[in-house]
Design a protein around this ligand. Sequence first.
Ligand code: AN7
Length: 364
Amino acid sequence: MRNEGLINRYRDYMPVSDDTRIVTLSEGSTPLIPAYNLSKAIHPKLEIWLKYEGLNPTGSFKDRGMTMAITKAVEEGYKAVMCASTGNTSASAAAYAARAGIRCAVLIPEGKIALGKLSQAMIHGAKVIQIRGNFDEALTQVRKICEHNPIALVNSVNPFRIEGQKSGAFEIVDDFEGVAPDFQAMPVGNAGNISAYWKGYTEYHAAGKSKNRPVMLGFQAAGSAPIVLGHPVEQPQTFATAIRIGNPASWKTAEAARDESGGLIDMVTDDEIRAAYQKLAATEGVFCEPASASGVAGLIKLSAAGYFDDKTPAHSDKIRVTCILTGHGLKDPDSAIASAEETVTVDNDEAKILDAIGLEAVVA
Ligand code: AN7
């Protein structure tokens, strides 16, 4: 069946009417991939599933929120939208605004967004403005501008973004035929997505569509971990630029998701994120961007600390965990190249090529 987008798929749960003109790029319905090798490597009881959000139309989960936010902006008569972004929101806003035929301006921290994301915002025709400042400062500025001008704010402080993004939880429960996973691990940046997933799981549970709700495990980068530290971080740092955020807008709702689910929000170092990023690509064939690997990095950290040892559920001998891989690896080719073995260059000669391959080691 053709994918008509997540608003149509989950219409009963979305704030639209029969008259709403839906702006969609056939987002959502992304694959849920079993991670056999990772599961085995991390903990004998874990059954890890990867929700590959990089396969959304602009390569990240942001499209779930953006189809809803742009649909409503058009319905409300806006001719322009604006956002602050660490990259993916700007790429998604630019694409959906282009499709809707409205204007888009994005404010990004100068030099701190991945190349693929920048190229997307540019080619979709957004006005791309780099500021000398970080994401948090950009968001403060955009909120002010949108308050005083006829421009719709499409960051996740826009409640329609959360409505769209909650569909990720519906899809997971539908894939598992009416049960939520025992745990869900995911990155936390501005904290909209963990809030949205919890809302989705909660609504589906209340509607009788899901037997249970998962324990939510959120992970910030250690250099950008305001929720873990309990205070904003003025100069957030991490190579996972998507989550280089020091003062998350959805801080309170993320804490509520954590506490109501009996979960936690912890931090992982850049080294831990990089190791998980490489492992996903090299042992599962799944290429996500660095920030997206922080959920897997978190699972590795928790497992090593014995967190899962007493968590086997009564209904199964396995602990089922979903990891939300929020963005595609191609978003950030620089990080991939910097994290992988260097290429080699040799003459076009069979013996030299075999030597470079190290054939004996390969076929042994
Ligand atoms: C790949 O694009 O904030 O906790 O401006 O791009 O909902 O913020 C991106 C965030 C995780 C964190 N993974 O999600 C932006 C932006 C990826 C991301 C997050 C982001 P939230």
